[in-house]
Design a protein around this ligand. Structure first.
Ligand SMILES: [Zn+2]
Length: 307
């Protein structure tokens, strides 16, 4: 209940009442692939209070405080996809759904990694992937009174300029249009963050947490049949009394089909990891197949020399 005490001790910023509809998330048991849907029948409205102004700005997302049934959350949306231009209603939705897919897959891989390490009796640092929800903000379907929250950044013109097909996609049911899509996470408060890897930068670590991440990245690459590399790995300290595990969030990935959203460098991103990764003792203990064959080691050297 710590979050309630925190919420009460800080003055509340100006905020707006919102209605949110959560997507139903399903996970493929063999690949960890995720899908999200807003089935009309399942669309239960949730009432919340969303701050009008952001508390944080990342390289692509704005973060707003949200109170939902008395629980403190943060609501994230994209303001750019890296090229500096603003993000449309649908592009934001697609990007956040892709981030949800990456988080869901990371959790799937982490569960398998943890089981494998337990089976081999390998001591690792504890990590969790953040819990999250993908939610649409609902607005009564009276086009003339289309009023999304100030935090959404959407104006009625943004909506009225959509094509009929796009409008159709955003109609949750006959009475509700979804305006902005949000990625919601429980608020973690002022906790220590640690960054383990960049988009194209995968350092080797000798401490327990860092080496666990090193081995996890190697494991994910192999477990995904060499089709996915996790990148931009960062974790916050535990914020739960129930778990001491650090929490991974805002993950991104490089995928063979380059479909995981902004920052996915496809094959280049995968190869960069393969070339940079240096195995730690945990990789060896897990019996993970070495990434560098003598052949691609030569390739990497040639690239450095000519490069
Ligand atoms: Zn390794």
């Amino acid at each position: 209940m710590a979050f309630l005490l925190n919420a009460a001790s800080t003055p509340e910023p100006p905020s707006t009442a919102v209605t949110l509809f959560f997507a139903t998330q399903t996970s493929d048991v063999t690949t960890g692939l995720q899908s999200f849907s807003w089935t009309v029948g399942d669309c239960v409205p949730n009432s919340g209070t969303l701050a009008n102004g952001p508390i944080n700005k990342g390289k692509s997302k704005l973060v707003f405080k949200l109170s939902l049934n008395g629980v403190a959350y943060v609501a994230k949306r994209c303001y750019t996809l890296g090229d500096g231009s603003p993000v449309s209603i649908l592009a934001n939705r697609d990007q956040l759904v892709k981030e949800g897919v990456t988080l869901g897959r990371a959790e799937f891989f982490l569960n398998h990694f943890n089981s494998e390490c337990a089976y081999e009796a390998i001591e690792i640092a504890g990590f969790d992937v953040t819990d999250f929800l993908i939610a649409r903000e609902g607005v009564a379907s009276l086009a003339e009174s289309f009023v999304p929250s100030p935090a959404s950044g959407i104006t009625s013109t943004d909506y009225s300029s959509l094509t009929p097909a796009e409008k159709d996609e955003l109609t949750t049911d006959s009475n509700t249009i979804s305006s902005i899509t949000w990625l919601l996470e429980r608020e973690r408060g002022d906790v220590q963050l640690r960054k383990y890897s960049g988009t194209l930068d995968h350092p080797k670590y000798s401490d327990k947490q860092g080496a666990t991440i090193n081995a996890f990245q190697h494991f994910v690459y192999l477990y995904s049949k060499k089709t996915l590399v996790l990148a931009d790995i960062q974790a916050s300290e535990s914020h739960s009394r129930l778990s001491q595990n650090a929490v991974l969030f805002d993950l991104m990935s490089h995928t063979a089909n380059r479909e995981s959203g902004a920052g996915d460098h496809g094959d280049l991103g995968i190869k960069t990891f393969v070339n940079q990764h240096e195995c730690v003792q945990k990789c060896v203990a897990l019996n993970l197949e070495a990434l560098k064959t003598p052949e691609n080691e030569e390739d990497a050297q040639e690239e450095e020399e000519t490069g």
